[in-house]
Structure formats: structure tokens, C-alpha cells
Design a protein around this ligand. Structure first.
Ligand code: ADE
Length: 213
């Protein structure tokens, strides 16, 4: 799966995408990414990407030409990609959505909004508008990272087999997990539950099931 991210701040993705699980997934050839600088598609000598809202009002709106030009450029290498726009008015992103995108396996083009939003006309080039929650961020960069991370970890082969089975139980969109502990067995008087050190796998499984929240 190839994920292309269109942003005015492509640099903010570099560290995250080149670290940890996403790096391993990329190195294993399970996923590739490309960071696309929206500024490069700006209009005129000043590479303008935003302008005042038609009809007046505060703030700046991302212009339709640069956004559509960037999407079209991304489509040259991923003609069947699904185009996602990050916006607080979108559908709230859930585990089942991440699973759906991973299962579908289509390349993704993720557009990060800024300022007061996008010129509405870009929506003709967008398949889905996605919000990561009921709050307004300064831009779509963090939401794009959230969506990319949640999808990539579900691509078959990215995680170990055990973990992927566990994901099935998240299909109700509740991330039900049991508490985890590691060494030392006691820290400042706080002990790991005895059952976890008992070596009795049946009891441990029962305890974990009963302590999911
Ligand atoms: N852009 C600004 N806030 C956002 C949110 N909550 N989700 C997605 N994109 C956003």
C-alpha cells in the first residue's frame, strides 16, 4: 500500500514515518509513503495556496487549484488511490474504518487541511472526509498521522500474528485490553498480580479476559 500525504508541512511527517513500526513496515516493503508539499502546487510566482473566503469572513481558505493539482499528481503514480481529506466535520475515524482501509488495500492520498478549511469544490476529488474526534486542531497533519498509523499496523504482516487476532475483538470499536506488567515483580511495594507469575496459562487467560476494559 502506498500512502501519499499532501500537506503544507511535509517535514512534520518525516520523523514519525521513518521511526519504529512504520519504518519497519516500509523496509519490509509492506507500505511505502510519499510526502507531497502543497506549496509546490501553489499559484503564481508566490506559490499562493490560500486566499480570503468568498463572501467575506475571517481566516484563509485553501484554494482549489493547488489541492486538485496535488491530488492529480499523486494519482499519476496511484490511479486507484482513495482520497481522504482530514477535516473536523468529517466522519469520526474508528478502528473499523482503519480495518476497512487496510482490508481494501487501496493506495491512499491523504490531504491535510489548514486555516479555515478547503474550498468546497475540492470535495469532488475526495472520496471520504475524516475527523479524528470532536475537537478542532490547527491542521490535518496530526489526524493524517493517526489515520496512517492505524491503517498501516493492520496491513497483514506488519504486526505479529497474535496481535492481528486480537484486533478482531476491537471490531466493536472499543479497544478492550487487559492491563500489562513487566519486570520487576515489585516496585515501591506495588506488586504484579500473583496469577501472572503463576505459569498457569489457563488461569492467566481467564484473568486477562476478566480484566479487559
Ligand atoms: N483538522 C482540524 N481538526 C481536525 C480533526 N479533529 N480531525 C481531522 N482533521 C482536522
Amino acid at each position: 500500500m502506498k500512502i501519499q500525504v499532501i500537506s503544507l508541512f511535509p517535514k512534520v511527517f518525516e520523523e514519525y514515518f521513518s521511526t519504529s513500526m512504520l519504518r519497519k513496515a516500509a523496509e519490509a516493503g509492506l507500505f511505502e509513503y510519499e510526502l507531497v508539499d502543497l506549496r509546490g502546487f501553489g499559484v503564481g510566482p508566490r506559490k499562493q495556496v490560500d486566499d480570503t473566503p468568498a463572501g467575506g469572513g475571517d481566516g484563509m481558505v485553501l484554494m482549489v487549484e493547488p489541492v486538485v493539482a496535488a491530488i492529480e499528481k499523486c494519482k499519476e503514480s496511484s490511479p486507484n488511490a482513495k482520497v481522504l481529506a482530514m477535516t473536523p466535520r468529517g466522519q469520526t475515524f474508528k478502528q473499523s474504518d482503519a480495518q476497512g482501509l487496510a482490508d481494501e488495500g487501496r493506495d491512499l492520498i491523504i490531504i491535510c487541511g489548514r486555516y479555515e478549511g478547503f474550498d468546497e469544490r475540492i470535495m469532488d476529488w475526495v472520496d471520504e472526509e475524516i475527523s479524528i474526534g470532536n475537537y478542532v486542531l490547527t491542521g490535518g497533519e496530526l489526524p493524517a498521522m493517526v489515520v496512517a498509523d492505524a491503517v498501516v499496523r493492520l496491513i497483514p504482516g506488519v504486526l505479529g500474528g497474535d496481535q492481528s487476532a486480537e484486533d478482531e475483538s476491537f471490531s466493536d470499536d472499543k479497544t478492550r485490553e487487559h492491563p500489562q506488567y513487566t519486570k520487576p515483580a515489585e516496585f515501591r511495594g506495588k506488586k504484579i498480580p500473583d496469577v501472572l507469575l503463576s505459569g498457569d496459562h489457563a488461569k492467566i487467560a481467564k484473568w486477562r479476559e476478566e480484566n479487559k476494559s
